[in-house]
Write a protein that binds this ligand. Structure first.
Ligand SMILES: NC(=O)c1ccc[n+]([C@@H]2O[C@H](COP(=O)([O-])OP(=O)(O)OC[C@H]3O[C@@H](n4cnc5c(N)ncnc54)[C@H](O)[C@@H]3O)[C@@H](O)[C@H]2O)c1
Length: 364
């Protein structure tokens, strides 16, 4: 009897060692089917201190791009995603990036076009839809638990990243804002459940033209606001459901459920799409809400499983779930939602994507 030789661990490089870096490292360190070759950052001092802390090697960006790494994970701010991605793809490496795919749809299109021309893969966060709560909700949708879903709401509202991020300026520039920064999780979950959006309408507001940093090393600094901070979007999915998504950095507190999906026979209540776990509930008609069965993998912070899925997909010659097509479609939806808010007109989307395969068991 012959047994297949397991693929060697995929060598991975990381560019960007800021705030989100430790969360990724925690997940990546658990997977033996990948290995981290080296890390790099425009701030070489920061890269060196992260490398020392985690027992990793640091390289210049040029040396990392010339290294044996097959995939580069990009953890830079959205405004740098396009430039870093073009460099990575031109160096012949697969590219997995934090969200959004790029600061604009046009930049995202360029990245995907270059990847296709070079036969390389592009993957993109968020990967939270692979978590236990997102997959539970997907199974309830696919299983017809509440019949055909017709309508719904998705609500992301808080008072912005000023209260927790040490350097919040980029969140208030194109590529940031509540829709591209956090609404992207809600949209990606919805596309995972229902497939692509066909048409949308929006209203949007730049509620305050500047924000004052309330704490930390930048306390008192005034940040210009270059993006709408309250956006309400009516999403018409090609498969039928019509969902209202609210994305806001202007709300101190609220009591809405993150996601409610209304079907012919009942209602589904989803968990926070920015998390991997959480409670999912469903009811039938006038009955009480019941908690959906648990037990699925990835119920705690697992940022990085989208990258691992892409590395394993390359090893196994199958499509990866956090696909370039889905990320580009979500980016088009977000950009066009801001246009629609400006013009008051409805917009028909140009891109389409397949729903990713459900995740029914652990990846590794
Ligand atoms: N911070 C979070 O909790 C969080 C959560 C989810 C997703 N994200 C996403 O992760 C990405 C990074 O966010 P962050 O909070 O870690 O930002 P950050 O500002 O803390 O860190 C970004 C790092 O990238 C480096 N950098 C910037 N431009 C570069 C370039 N051109 N080449 C090389 N290095 C460069 C900076 O020096 C910095 O160290 C963003 O896309 C963000 O949307 C962040």
């Amino acid at each position: 009897m012959t047994t297949a030789t397991p693929a060697l661990p995929t060598p991975i490089g990381i560019i960007g060692c800021g705030n989100i870096f430790p969360a990724y490292l925690k997940t990546l360190a658990r997977c033996r089917r990948i290995r981290i070759v080296a890390i790099a950052d425009a701030n070489a001092e920061l890269a060196a201190s992260r490398a020392a802390e985690h027992g990793l090697t640091t390289l210049s960006i040029a040396d990392l791009l010339a290294s044996e790494a097959q995939i580069i994970l990009n953890l830079t701010p959205p405004q740098a995603h396009h430039a870093v991605g073009m460099q990575v793809l031109n160096a012949g490496k697969h590219f997995f990036t934090e969200k959004p795919l790029a600061a604009t749809f046009e930049q995202g299109q360029e990245l995907v076009k270059l990847a296709r021309a070079k036969g390389l893969r592009v993957g993109c966060a968020p990967d939270t839809f692979l978590g236990a709560a997102g997959q539970t909700l997907r199974a309830l949708v696919d299983g017809g638990t509440v019949g055909q879903i017709r309508h719904g709401t998705a609500q992301f509202m808080n008072h912005g990243p000023d209260h927790w991020h040490p350097n919040p300026a980029f969140f208030y520039q194109p590529g940031g804002g509540p829709l591209h920064d956090v609404g992207v999780y809600y949209l990606t979950h919805l596309v995972n459940h229902f497939g692509p959006v066909a048409k949308l309408r929006s209203t949007s507001h730049v509620t305050h033209t500047e924000r004052r940093v309330p704490f930390g090393p930048r306390e008192g600094e005034v940040l210009p606001v270059g993006v709408p901070t309250h956006v309400v979007t009516q999403l018409d999915f090609a498969s039928g459901p019509q969902i209202v998504l609210t994305s806001s950095f202007d709300v101190w507190a609220h009591t809405h459920t993150p996601m409610e999906l209304y079907g012919d026979d009942g209602t589904l209540l989803g968990a926070d799409p920015n998390q991997f776990g959480g409670t999912v509930k469903h009811n039938r008609q006038t009955g009480a809400f019941e908690r959906a069965a648990g037990g699925r993998p990835y119920a705690t912070n697992s940022r990085g499983i989208g990258l691992i899925d892409m590395a394993l997909a390359i090893q196994e010659d199958r499509p990866h779930r956090c696909s370039a097509e889905m990320a580009l479609h979500v980016l088009e939806v977000m950009d066009r939602a801001l246009d629609a808010g400006r013009t008051g007109r409805s917009v028909t989307l140009k891109t389409r994507c397949e729903r990713p395969a459900p995740l029914t068991s652990k990846l590794f």
